[in-house]
Write a protein that binds this ligand. Sequence first.
Ligand SMILES: [Ca+2]
Length: 647
Amino acid sequence: MPLSKVWLQMPRSQCRNPEGCQRVARRGFGGRSSPAAPEQRTGYHLPTRPGWGRPCPGPLPAVAGAMTAKHFLAVSTTKPYFDSFSRSLQMMKTIYYFLALFGVFALSAAAAPAAPKPNIIVILVDDMGFADLGCYGSEIPTPNLDRLAAGGLRFTHFHNDSRCSPSRATVLTGLYSQEAGIGVLTGQRKGPDGQPLPGYLGHLNDHCVTLAEVLHGAGYFTAMTGKWHVGQEHGVVPWNRGFDRSLNSPAGGFYFPADQNTHLFLNGHDVGRGGQEGVPADWYSTDLWTTYGLKFIQEAQEAKKPFFLYLAYNAPHFPLEAPAEDIAKFRGKYLAGWDKLRDERYARQIKQGVIDAAWPLSPRPPEVKPWDGLSPEQKDRFDHIMAIYAACVYHMDKEVGVLVAGLVQRGLLDNTLILFMSDNGGNYESGPNGRLEGANPGGPDSTVFCGQSWATLENTPFRRYKHFEHEGGISSPFIVHWPAGIPAKNELRDQQAHLIDIMTTCVEVSGAQYPSQFNGHDIHPMDGRSLVPAFANQPIQRDAIYWEHEGNAAVLQGDWKLVRFRWNGVWELYNIKADRTEQHDLSAAQPEKVKQLSAMWNDWAKKDDVLPEPHLKFPLLTPNDGYGGTPPLRGPAVDAGDSTPED
Ligand SMILES: [Ca+2]
């Protein structure tokens, strides 16, 4: 029985905690509490205890299948769901019609009060590929994010900055990462003269403002939980960059208190691994970020302010770790192998409309072995690795459900703009074999990397990975959910967008003023465009989008993308509308287009402190090989350095 049906038809009597849960009529997340709803109706199981959004313990074992989510909300994008959803939508339209009529009469009698500012939640996940959510083709069950997508929008051409810190800098500031001071990670890069390169300071500079600083100025209660990674070691911290509340780690690379890299700060106080100042001693990071996110939302509500929450999950970044029961759900599921699963994801993506059937699936890279040629022992090892990765994604989705339940409980979901995205594509680091080390893989003492072979699945149907500016590195799911502001439900948007647009969008929907000066410093103008027109399926007016990371580079203008593999690579030219999987390099056929776009890229690079490129760390590779096969993607010295949990 499909996962969704188990839950959709689950009678109240099957709940493990029927007295502790209430049901909410399935009328969008904002559905009215309806404890007396008929048993056959779909309902969310919610805790009656307010405040913390603990999940319902789920159905009784006899109902829950091996893959069943142990969570209050497990709805996937199946046809019965959409049929029912359409009926609900029709009912809502009727209600809205009468409300609108009533509103006309009311407005004639009195001036309308100002619309309340929307709450804003930016959810940023770490190292998750374009194809890892159910609503973007994955076999990993992500019912909660699928549900948000069904109640809102999915963008199909959304891009990030291909690496942790640059993407975070861009999300937070609305600037290209170099302009904000973070072109690579949080280590400082120096030029030949020994001076720090302004685009590579390793921390947010003084000429940018964060979303928190901007929204705080508009009366918002501002909070963050999760991975910071924009320069805490240099003194740039959430509590001095606009956040009223924060539970953060300087960087990522941990999931449990016992992990080597665990380090927490609560509102600026060093609370170590937890166990002090109210932070529990025993936690799983994904849960902890959600719990404190809801705690801060509660504070905002009590303060009667709109809130901004930046929820930066550090899952599913390496070293991959997850609760054992989550890993067990997936063990054996990946013996099907990357070749078959990739074909299946590709087919689902076409059916869902998130990719164009005209784009061929990029071929398996030469480094990745055919699954059928592996020994049973090798298959078992790879299955174990991917089960842990899938568990990280699955658990992250589960916590998104907890967050949404907390919003429903507080009556906040309807006017909360939720934006969900990933900071870069699936990660090939550790090479095609990945890593599976430790007596208890997936536990706190283990070292698990998904590796290039599974990353190829994660980035279906695109080429290349995190670090690179080919589509596999920079493409992300992007889910937008805002019932009060976006009437469209379960619609796709193919407008090109980038996380640089988050600032501009938040400024528009909040009515905030983006400053030209802040704390005595001149502030760079925003580089992005508001996505509000795209919410109504109107075009976004922009000239181009640019990328640079470790010498990898790209510019996208309309249908044309120029992309380069390393600083010593040659420019490749693709018509991204016809060939988004980057299979047909048109650079030789259209040299004038290459000349035009490369000149644009150079002008941008000079303007935004991208030059001189900080490539001295990296060994020289031979020019672009056309796929990333031979020669090796990275030199050995670089692989060793990048396998640390720094990013
Ligand atoms: Ca990342």
